[in-house]
Design a protein around this ligand. Structure first.
Ligand code: ZN
Length: 365
């Protein structure tokens, strides 16, 4: 569970620039060495984008040492915040995050708080026609588990009913059980104030359960998965985290689609490097969407800080002629977005964004 006090201290940290490190440390699809390599590459990219190969050398080395000798690799993701000797804060994350480094005036906590919002707490209900199991999951761990069984159905199953009559009776009992299950789920959710709910079971049963749910409860269902009612608690946890990650990816797809559609209509959206950089400089970007591995060289006006994709005689904003080449404007764009209060989304494996130039944004107006 995330420590509220540590998080508050981080929010209030004001003693100068902070290196914020987010790493995907999910070892189901890569090795530890691959994670270490990703970090080294990101560090090099950050240094290159600032034109300083020695930038943050000490901090980078301490993260490398931590990855080599201290990290227990027990979580799918990790966030670290480091500042010149007096800030070293590590938060294990229950889901994988996009690997990225940020070097900003204040700790860049947005990806961390996003994860906390999504996974701070959710409930999982496993349902079949006879029984219900409820789990409360917080920060990637199961906190509580309860069980409710439709006793009546179990009892009748053992008795000797005539087949046809029994079948009809059983259907009625199953419906009765599902109705009861919905009531129990609702009480569980109200008691724990859980805003998010996942359902596990056979698709037929889940469809029926959702129909029986009052609207306010159905609204809270963020995902579902097929699973056996007898599944181990650990399997339930892993499946639910997979669903959480999937939900996250779907939300990202929606944002990309929204930006592209808005741009096509000439509304509050923009795509491609040149246009996105232009809007960014005007502080109009609300949500910046960047493909994970996208980098591009470009130009920076040393007078007003305008970052541009194309060379120009003079700056488009301040007419200064003091323009310098820079190896990676994308990294600079991300940092500028953070400084202007935009939400930054590093997007993985999204064909639409790639086709739109690897970068896009939803604008404030
Ligand atoms: Zn300028």
């Amino acid at each position: 569970m995330i420590d509220e006090k540590e998080l508050q201290a981080l929010f209030q940290y004001e003693k100068g620039p902070v290196l914020s490190v987010y790493l995907d440390t999910d070892l189901s699809d890569k090795s530890k060495e691959a994670v270490r390599l990703t970090f080294r590459n990101l560090a090099r990219d950050l240094q290159a984008s600032r034109g300083d190969a020695k930038l943050l050398a000490k901090e980078i080395e301490s993260v490398q040492n931590w990855l080599n000798f201290e990290y227990d690799w027990q979580s799918r993701g990790v966030a670290l915040f480091i500042s010149d000797g007096d800030l070293w804060q590590v938060f294990p994350l229950p889901i994988a995050v996009r690997s990225r480094l940020y070097y900003t005036e204040r700790p860049y906590v947005r990806p961390l708080t996003d994860v906390a919002d999504r996974l701070g707490e959710y409930a999982v209900a496993l349902i079949d026609r006879e029984s219900l199991r409820l789990f409360s999951v917080a920060w990637g761990k199961i906190r509580a588990e309860t069980e409710a069984v439709g006793e009546e159905l179990k009892r009748h199953k053992q008795g000797g009913w005539a087949a046809a009559r029994y079948q009809r009776h059983e259907d009625n009992l199953a419906l009765h059980n599902l109705k009861h299950a919905v009531e129990v789920i609702q009480a569980f959710c109200e008691q724990r104030n859980c805003r998010r709910l996942m359902l596990g079971g056979s698709p037929e049963v889940l469809a029926q359960v959702k129909e029986l749910m009052p609207y306010a409860l159905r609204e809270r269902v963020i995902g579902e998965f097929a699973v056996d009612i007898e599944a181990s608690a650990n399997e339930v946890l892993i499946r639910s985290l997979d669903v959480a990650q999937q939900v996250d990816a779907e939300e990202e797809h929606k944002l990309v689609a929204e930006a592209i559609t808005a741009a096509a209509k000439g509304a509050n959206g923009v795509t491609g490097l040149a246009d996105t950089l232009y809007e960014l400089h005007q502080g109009r970007v609300q949500v910046l969407l960047v493909e994970e591995d996208y980098h591009a060289p470009g130009f920076v006006c040393t007078h007003c800080g305008y970052v541009a994709a194309q060379p120009a005689e003079a700056c488009a904003f301040c007419q200064s002629t003091e323009i310098e080449e820079t190896p990676d404007v994308v990294n600079l764009a991300i940092h500028k977005a953070i400084e202007t209060g935009a939400d930054v989304n590093i997007v993985r494996e999204n064909e639409a964004l790639r086709a739109a130039g690897g970068i896009a944004a939803i604008l404030r107006y």
